[in-house]
Design a protein around this ligand. Structure first.
Ligand code: NAP
Length: 325
């Protein structure tokens, strides 16, 4: 038996319960990982509330973790029992002591990266890899706007953008978060709860506006984000922290300057074992070289997953958060 967090109905964090379940044996092509640390992500809240439907209920939760391979199914060549590994995709159920998932979603961890760092880095860091290096392949010299710059994804983005020679303007909701984003390499910050974001972007860019906006806040920032772009700029809408963007009239892209828009996800980029490995190699290089430091700023016991999600949803966290089984 092993402990896991599950939910039988969608709702607030009280629907999450810690239960004992039989440890699933890995089938062909699968491995079972004994998690040492589990990553907490905003997407977990979307599944819990029902914004994203879980495939069935009751359901496990979470897709990110790191630990040691504890059992290997038939036909798995690249991993063996005892390997230190990390993952950010696959079936819901990472909030657990043991998680069984397809081996091709799992990568071996370099020695220099701890499980806790990996659990704080995989989903958010692979996301930053595709956002900055694939969705809009930044060359250096661009100015970009990145919302929620002191959060998990945002903290990694500030450091990675700086390493690329990109001027990142980060939005945040407090003085403390602005200081954190600056320490992480943001070129400038804007408090989007108090300041006029479009005017501040105009000032900071000498009227030019930005090449790309990375927007994970969603509903509250959609239109402002479009107004911060240069003509023919790219709007990357990649999350819904304030609620989903709905009812868009596509003509708005023309009115605001022949803009481009994309709505990407990690699964849309790390969609083969080779691509996942390439992206993970680049992320691990950034961490091992010290260019990106993973700030695990909050730790909760697995049993406190609901409390951890409430902290994330109420904007009380910064950097990454992990659950410890
Ligand atoms: N598409 C993908 O591939 C992908 C992958 C990973 C993450 N994401 C998205 O990226 C975002 C960041 O994820 P994360 O796990 O690293 O979370 P996070 O950034 O640590 O937390 C979310 C942050 O969003 C900001 N925010 C703005 N309005 C909010 C509201 N109404 N409610 C709550 N927060 C609000 C808060 O920062 P301030 O207090 O500074 O406003 C908050 O700290 C999420 O939207 C997530 O869904 C997308």
């Amino acid at each position: 038996m092993a402990k896991r967090i599950q939910f039988a109905r969608t709702g607030d964090s009280e629907v999450l319960e810690l239960v004992d379940t039989p440890a699933a044996e890995p089938g062909p092509g699968e491995v079972r990982v004994a998690n040492e640390a589990v990553g907490l992500n905003f997407i977990d809240i979307y599944f819990r509330t029902g914004l994203y439907p879980a495939p069935s209920l009751p359901s496990g939760l979470g897709t990110e973790g790191a630990g040691v391979v504890d059992a290997v199914g038939e036909g798995v060549d690249h991993l063996q029992v005892g390997d230190r590994v990390a993952y950010a995709q696959g079936p819901l159920g990472a909030y657990a002591e043991l998680h069984t998932l397809p081996a091709d979603k799992v990568v071996a961890l370099p020695e220099g990266i701890s499980c806790e760092t990996a659990a704080g880095a995989m989903l958010k860091g692979l996301t930053v890899q595709y956002l900055l290096r694939q969705t809009y392949p930044l060359q250096g010299g661009e100015t970009i706007l990145f919302h929620a710059a002191a959060g998990g994804v945002g903290s990694i983005a500030c450091q990675w953008a700086k390493a690329l020679g990109v001027k990142l303007i980060g939005t945040v909701s407090s003085v403390e978060k602005a200081e954190l984003a600056k320490r992480n390499g943001a070129w400038a910050t804007i408090d989007y709860t108090k300041e006029d974001v479009v005017e501040r972007v105009r000032e900071l860019t000498g009227g030019e506006m930005v090449d790309v906006v990375y927007d994970s806040v969603g509903k509250d920032t959609w239109e402002t984000s479009l107004d911060c772009l240069k003509p023919r700029g790219l709007m990357v809408s990649f999350g819904n922290a304030s609620g989903p963007v709905e009812g868009v009239n596509i003509g708005i892209l023309n009115q605001k300057g022949a803009l481009y828009v994309t709505r990407p996800s990690l699964n849309g980029y790390a969609d083969s074992p080779e691509r996942l490995q390439d992206m993970a190699d680049e992320l691990f290089d950034m961490i091992e070289s010290g260019k990106v430091k993973i700030d695990v700023a909050q730790r909760f016991a697995l049993a406190e997953a609901g409390k951890a999600q409430d902290a994330l949803a109420s904007r009380k966290t910064t950097g990454s958060t992990v659950l410890l089984p």
